[in-house]
Design a protein around this ligand. Structure first.
Ligand SMILES: *Cc1c(COP(=O)(O)O)cnc(C)c1O
Length: 383
């Protein structure tokens, strides 16, 4: 059906009508007092969302640009960095640190498994010379639906004392608690098209005082992504370069909506949707790709063995106007991924899971009809 498409992918995510309407305005001058007012409000609300008093800077970039900024501003050529790599995004940050001539040590885990914090502990404890300058972790690994144990890994980084912790929080921020100040996270990157309920185009980087100390002596080249420029201008409620002002209108409204819902409710909603989705997938007899104790709060990956993952996606799209994500790299065709991030309500989850059941019936998968949706409905109803 025309104009009925439902995005259940891990970004871009659905956008509320209020936010779309806020964008449908003439752009305003970014050096105007009106823009500064918006900037002042969103800066405060971003700190609230990030649970921090640290700077939260806004870049015109996707999440990758935010992460690249979060890496290059605080390091120098040849610096030793540990990069957790257990999926497409973790590996991407290792590619960035390679590209900038950092001494990159990958700590890997099989795709679909969580990183082992003990491997970080061993490397960090052995580094008595304090040569490790940063540890880079992807909190929610979107390519596999795995949530890495950031809290534990971060404890080992804190015990090391020297290294910065740099976090890709692109699909965990706004889905589960990432208490930046409580945990002492130095650099946290995210992107607008994920948990923020707005279209793609903005990147966000939270920066701790310790990271700003490192910034002073960091020697990697930087210009457009020089976060010092953004910090200086943010203090005056402006930006160093022309920002996509209509995206700021969107951000303003989305943050107001999030504040109205409240952080605890937002996290509870994401956890409920994760639990409902996983319960349904199990009841349908399909294997979940990520283990229960490392389930991402925003994306559930499924590895169907009896039916073709791409066929499932194709029927879901054609018959039900629901877009699911496929697998990336070697997982292409092997898994499909259900996004439940951002502007997603209980009804969306129930529609998606019942449509999935209908799809599986059509494709001849053997299961008890109604089993998945019954399991999901029980979770949604708190039974
Ligand atoms: C989406 C995503 C990114 C950023 O990707 P962009 O396409 O650059 O916005 C980074 N990390 C994770 C875990 C993501 O899901």
């Amino acid at each position: 059906m025309d104009n009925k498409l439902m995005l259940m992918i891990p970004g871009p995510t659905p956008v509320p009508e209020k936010v779309l309407l806020a964008m449908a305005k003439h752009p305003m001058g970014h050096r105007s007092g009106d823009f500064s007012e918006i900037m002042a409000e969103v800066t405060q609300n971003l700190k609230w969302l990030h649970q921090t008093q640290n700077d939260v800077l806004v870049l015109t970039a996707s999440g990758t640009g935010a992460m690249e900024a979060g890496i290059i501003n605080f390091l120098s050529p040849g610096d030793r960095v540990l990069v957790g790599s257990n999926g497409k995004f973790g590996e991407r940050w290792a590619e960035v640190t390679d590209a900038y001539g950092l001494q990159t040590e990958r700590i890997t885990a099989e795709w679909g498994k969580a990183l082992d914090p003990e491997q970080f502990r061993e490397k960090l404890e052995a580094d008595t010379e304090k040569t490790i300058k940063a540890v880079i972790i992807t909190h929610s690994e979107t390519s596999t639906g795995v949530l890495n144990d950031l809290e534990t890994i971060n404890k080992y980084v804190k015990a090391h004392g020297e290294a910065l912790i740099i976090v890709d929080s692109v699909t965990s921020l706004g889905a589960t608690s990432v208490p930046i100040d409580e945990w002492g996270l130095d650099v946290v990157g995210s992107g607008s098209q994920k948990g923020y309920m707005i279209p793609p185009g903005l990147g966000f980087v939270a920066v701790s005082p310790k990271a700003w100390e490192a910034y002073k002596t960091a020697k990697l080249p930087r210009y457009y992504l020089d976060l010092g420029k953004y910090k200086k201008d943010a203090a005056k409620n402006t930006t160093p370069f022309t920002p996509p002002v209509n995206m700021f209108f969107a951000l303003q409204v989305a943050l107001q909506m999030m504040q109205k819902e409240g952080l605890e409710n937002i996290f509870a909603r994401h956890h409920r949707h994760t639990a409902a989705t996983r319960a349904a997938i199990k009841a349908l007899g399909l294997p979940l790709f990520a283990p229960d104790d490392a389930a991402s709060p925003s994306i559930t990956a499924v590895m169907p063995e009896t039916v073709d993952a791409e066929k499932i996606r194709s029927v879901m799209k054609k018959r039900f106007d629901i877009v699911l994500a496929g697998g990336q790299d070697h997982l292409k065709g092997k898994i499909f991924r259900i996004g439940h991030l951002g502007f997603v309500c209980d009804r969306d989850i129930l529609s998606a899971l019942s449509s999935l059941e209908a799809t599986l019936l059509e494709l001849g998968h053997q299961f008890t009809p109604g089993a998945g949706i019954t399991a999901a409905a029980k979770v949604i109803s708190g039974l």
